[in-house]
Design a protein around this ligand. Structure first.
Ligand code: GTP
Ligand code: MG
Length: 345
C-alpha cells in the first residue's frame, strides 16, 4: 500500500428534524391542547486522532462523510431523536482545513476530538408556541440544514521514537528489523539521505534519519537539519556500533557516544534532554568481553543500555518490547510538528 499524506473530502452535518403540529385528543374534546414535539438536532461531524498512519489511505475512496439527520417531532409531545454524530478518524499529526472558511484544526494527541461541522438545529413543534395568548398554536418550524464544507487533510507526521547515531551504526537495519520497514541498507556511510519511517506494534512511529558526524551542526556530512524530524519524539534511541572499523570519527565507544551527544546539544530544541536508550548494535561482530567492556564504559551516563544484532531475532524482539513499554508510559507528544518527514513505509 502506498503511503498517503494528503486527502480531500466533502463532509456534511445532519439536518435538524422538523417540528410538528399535533393535538392532544381527550374524550369529548378534539383539540385539547398543542402536543407537537420538536425535531431532533442534526448530527455533527468531528475529527478524531488515532494512532494509525495508514488510515488516510483507507479514506481515499470516500468522498463524502455524512452525519445523521435529526428525526421530526411527533405527537404526544415527543421530540424527534437527534441525528448521529459522525467521527472521521485521522492520524495523529493531521491538519484539517475547512476550504470554505479557512478554519484549521490540528490533531496532536491520540483520542483528541474536534468538532468541524455543526449539526442543524431541530425545528420547534406547536407545543413550544403554547402561551396564554396563543392556546391553539398552529405554528411549527422546520429543522435547519447542517453545515457542510470541503476539507483538505495534510499529515504532518509526529514520530514517537528517533534513531540517532554515526553513519553505518545500523540505524536503518534496526528500523527494518523492528518494524518491517524497507529502508535502504548498505555498508557505506550516508546510505540514508531522507528520513525513513516504520511503525511498531501499537502504532508508535519510529524515524530513522541520516547519520550524524562531528561538526554536523556546522554542516559537516549531511549536516544536522534532519534532526528537526525527531524534535517532537518522546524518546531517542542512540545507536553505537560495535563493529570496530565502523568508527568513522572516533575510535572508542565513549567518543562515538559523546560526538552524537554534542551534536544533539548543539541542535538544541530539547533533543539532548529527551529520554534516551543507548543501543549497542552489531554485537555479533564483537566478542562477549568487548560487548561487556563497551557497556561498562557507558554506564557512567546513567542511561538504559540495550544490546542488539539484527542477526538474532530474539535480541530485536526484546529491544522492541522494551521500547514500546518505555514509549507507552511517556506523556503525549508535544505541541508543534516536524515538517516534511518523508515516509519510507
Ligand atoms: N553483522 C551485522 N551487520 C549489521 C548489523 N546491523 C547492520 N549491519 C550492517 O551494517 C551496515 C550499515 O547498516 P545501515 O543500517 O545502513 O546503517 P545506518 O546507520 O542506517 O547508516 P547511514 O544511513 O549511512 O547512516 C550494513 O551493511 C548492514 O548490513 C548487525 O546487527 N550485524
Ligand atoms: Mg541508514
Amino acid at each position: 500500500m502506498s503511503f498517503i499524506d494528503e486527502i480531500t473530502f466533502h463532509a456534511s452535518a445532519g439536518r435538524g428534524g422538523n417540528g410538528v403540529v399535533r393535538w392532544r385528543h381527550e374524550k369529548a374534546k378534539e383539540f385539547a391542547g398543542a402536543a407537537g414535539g420538536n425535531g431532533g438536532r442534526g448530527g455533527s461531524v468531528f475529527v478524531r486522532a488515532v494512532r494509525d498512519i495508514n488510515i488516510l489511505s483507507r479514506h481515499k475512496t470516500t468522498k463524502n462523510f455524512r452525519a445523521g439527520n435529526g428525526e421530526d417531532g411527533m405527537g404526544l409531545s415527543k421530540h424527534g431523536k437527534n441525528g448521529e454524530d459522525f467521527f472521521i478518524d485521522l492520524p495523529i499529526g493531521s491538519i484539517a482545513v475547512n476550504r470554505e472558511t479557512g478554519r484549521t484544526v490540528e490533531l496532536l494527541e491520540e483520542g483528541q476530538t474536534i468538532l468541524i461541522l455543526h449539526g442543524g438545529r431541530g425545528g420547534l413543534g406547536n407545543e413550544h408556541f403554547k402561551a396564554s395568548t396563543n392556546v391553539k398554536p398552529e405554528q411549527s418550524t422546520n429543522g435547519m440544514p447542517g453545515e457542510e464544507a470541503d476539507f483538505t487533510v495534510e499529515l504532518n507526521l509526529i514520530a514517537d521514537i528517533g534513531l540517532v547515531g554515526l553513519p553505518n551504526a545500523g540505524k536503518s537495519s534496526l528500523l527494518n528489523a523492528m518494524t518491517g520497514a524497507r529502508a535502504k541498507v548498505a555498508s557505506y556511510a550516508f546510505t540514508t539521505l531522507d528520513p525513513n519511517l516504520g511503525v511498531l506494534p501499537g502504532g508508535f512511529i519510529v524515524a530513522d534519519i541520516p547519520g550524524l558526524i562531528e561538526g554536523a551542526a556546522e554542516g559537516k556530512g549531511l549536516g544536522d537539519k534532519f534532526l528537526r524530524h525527531i524534535k517532537r519524539t518522546k524518546m531517542i534511541m542512540h545507536l553505537i556500533s560495535l563493529e570496530e572499523s565502523n568508527n568513522i570519527s572516533n575510535k572508542t565507544v565513549d567518543n562515538s557516544y559523546r560526538v552524537i551527544r554534542r551534536e544533539l546539544e548543539k541542535f538544541g530544541n530539547g533533543l539532548a534532554d529527551k529520554r534516551e536508550i543507548i543501543v549497542l548494535t552489531k554485537t555479533d561482530l564483537a566478542s562477549p568481553e568487548e560487548v561487556a567492556a563497551a557497556e561498562a564504559t557507558l554506564l557512567k551516563y546513567n542511561k538504559e543500555i540495550s544490546k542488539v544484532t539484527i542477526l538474532d531475532d530474539y535480541s530485536v524482539k526484546k529491544l522492541t518490547e522494551a521500547v514500546i513499554k518505555k514509549v507507552s508510559v511517556t506523556g503525549p507528544t508535544g505541541a508543534t510538528g516536524p515538517t516534511g518527514v518523508c515516509a519510507g513505509v
